[in-house]
Ligand binder design. Structure first.
Ligand code: AHG
Ligand code: MN
Ligand code: MN
Length: 341
């Protein structure tokens, strides 16, 4: 019997390269660097229970949340891999207040900038639950040869040239898009390669999972409360009641819903009136992937996430994403109230 043909991340990237708008091989190289950094973080995540890497590092990031050691490790690993690629001129990361500007001779001429959440779901590190890394790649606006500026990072999500995430779960997977569909790779630790596992990922138009932190119920806008009631009411013709599933790692919650069909909601609440998730590091890349898989991503108030013009690096936003019909349904409940975002 003929063995199955395995296609590695690098092979697929090279095949797709000719379709990139700026096909100088740069973006391919960048994605390759990213894959290597992901493998390094994967290794560390897998050893997290064994070595002294668990626990809080004693610093608080810009969002006021405790940084865990792995957050810092992942942040450093990805930043140094982007720097050594020589193609990236700077990075904005959830973990650092200001943009990280690369000024060495090679990087300053780089055409790309990155926004990333190096470790997503950090509250789950200590308890052996899936976590992730989210990234987003743009072409810079400022002239190559000069240091990048904050404006380079405040581009609308629809300008992303690539985006993706790594999920460190029961397997480690890398899911990315360059605007040619959403593709998934699974790390085969025995050969140390990401192997093509999910080509042309398509999320079901309709699903039966809703993912939201229901502990915040009393703080939700009325439209969200009404939609949740709709999810819970029995109606066999629409597969209701839906199942409630919430891990608390956006990457893991989104990944499950992407494959099975479902909706993820992190609305604004009375204590987080702008929402909690970050537009640049979390929502834009996830929105790009969702749309490329046939899903939707909005702020719940009729605005496509990818069309929001960011005003600041660490901007937060209300976030609704997943199966297209479910997002539309949730929005129809939201629109009954005179709330605008
Ligand atoms: P991070 O670990 O990068 O700070 O992100 C956590 C995010 C996201 O992954 C998740 O969906 C959400 O915060 C969970 O928030 P709650 O604990 O408020 O539900
Ligand atoms: Mn996060
Ligand atoms: Mn994070």
């Amino acid at each position: 019997m003929k063995g199955a043909q395995v296609q590695t991340l690098n092979e697929v990237i090279i095949q797709q390269q000719s379709a990139f708008p700026y096909a100088k091989g740069e973006l391919s190289r960048l994605l390759t660097h990213l894959g290597v950094a992901a493998k390094i973080v994967h290794k560390k995540v897998n050893k997290a229970g064994l070595v002294d890497i668990l626990g809080e590092a004693g610093a608080i990031n810009i969002q006021g949340e405790d940084q865990k050691k792995l957050d810092i490790f992942a942040d450093k690993t990805f930043i140094s891999s982007f720097k050594s690629s020589g193609i990236v001129a700077g990075v904005a990361t959830e973990e650092q207040d200001e943009i990280v500007v690369f000024t060495d001779n090679l990087s300053v001429n780089g055409n790309y900038i990155i926004c990333m959440d190096p470790l997503d779901g950090s509250s789950n590190i200590d308890v052996n639950v899936s976590i992730g890394t989210i990234f987003s790649i743009y072409r810079r606006i400022s002239s190559p040869g000069t240091p990048v500026v904050t404006e380079d990072f405040l581009q609308e999500g629809n300008k992303q040239v690539a985006a993706g995430y790594v999920i460190y779960g029961s397997s480690t997977m890398l899911v990315y898009t360059t605007g040619l569909g959403t593709t998934g790779f699974t790390l085969d630790p025995s050969i140390g390669e990401f192997c093509l596992s999910n080509q042309f990922m398509e999320t079901p138009k309709e699903g039966s999972i809703y993912s939201i932190n229901e502990g915040n119920y009393i703080k939700f806008p009325q439209g969200v409360k009404d939609y949740l009631k709709y999810c819970q009411v029995e109606d066999k013709s629409t597969n209701r009641p839906y199942s409630s599933r919430y891990i608390g790692s956006l990457v893991a919650d989104f990944h499950r819903n992407l494959i099975k069909g479902g909706i993820f909601i992190y609305p604004r609440t009375s204590s987080n009136p702008r929402g909690k998730l970050r537009l640049l590091y979390e929502c834009n890349p996830i929105a790009f992937l969702a749309e490329q898989a046939g899903g939707l991503a909005t702020n719940g108030y009729g605005k496509r996430i990818l069309d929001v013009k960011p005003k600041e690096l660490h901007q937060r936003i209300s976030f609704f994403t997943g199966s297209a019909n479910m997002v539309k349904k949730a929005e129809s409940f939201m629109s009954k109230y005179d709330e605008k975002q």
